[in-house]
Design a protein around this ligand. Sequence first.
Ligand code: HEC
Length: 160
Amino acid sequence: MLRMMGSINDHLKNIEPSGDKRVNMWCHTCHSGRPRPMTLEEIVGETYKLMGIEAALEHYADLKENYYGKGAYNFGERALNALGYKMLGNEDVSGAIAFFELNAKEFPRSANVWDSLAEGYMRAGKMKLAKKYYKKSLKLNPNNPNAKDMLKKLREGQRG
Ligand code: HEC
């Protein structure tokens, strides 16, 4: 690590500083309290892959309890949302729903997280829940064009 830092700082010396002084690289520039400097999405995704959904959700809760507000992980809505979409990409719909559900619990005021949860349920073929959550998303953000479109499609699907 020390050698790596030396080499990074050597590289930085060749860069014209954009401010008053050159920016230094510290151990905490990367680590920031984390033994393995990974993003929240990566670390929870790894736990899910190795140990399953219960362990992953527990890991998220542990990290939040121990690191929230310390700048080590970004506990915004993006991490769980991205994990959910990653699982959808892997055709792992139940995993995706579990992450979207947790995100909706964490960020109940976000139109986006309900929209994602609705998409998860749609992919699971649970149209009633999909409809319910698209409506919820639309209530929080009446301009959400995706929720409007999807609700229209769901209504048309029910007629057909
Ligand atoms: C450029 C980013 C970066 C900087 C700066 C950095 N590290 Fe790391 N460090 C890493 C990464 C990435 C790993 C994880 C390797 C892995 O497990 O895949 C790591 C791993 C470690 C580990 C092993 C952790 C474990 O349990 O696996 C230690 C200890 C460590 N770093 C200490 C330091 C110290 C001390 C400094 C400052 C001198 C430092 N690091 C600076 C990126 C960095």
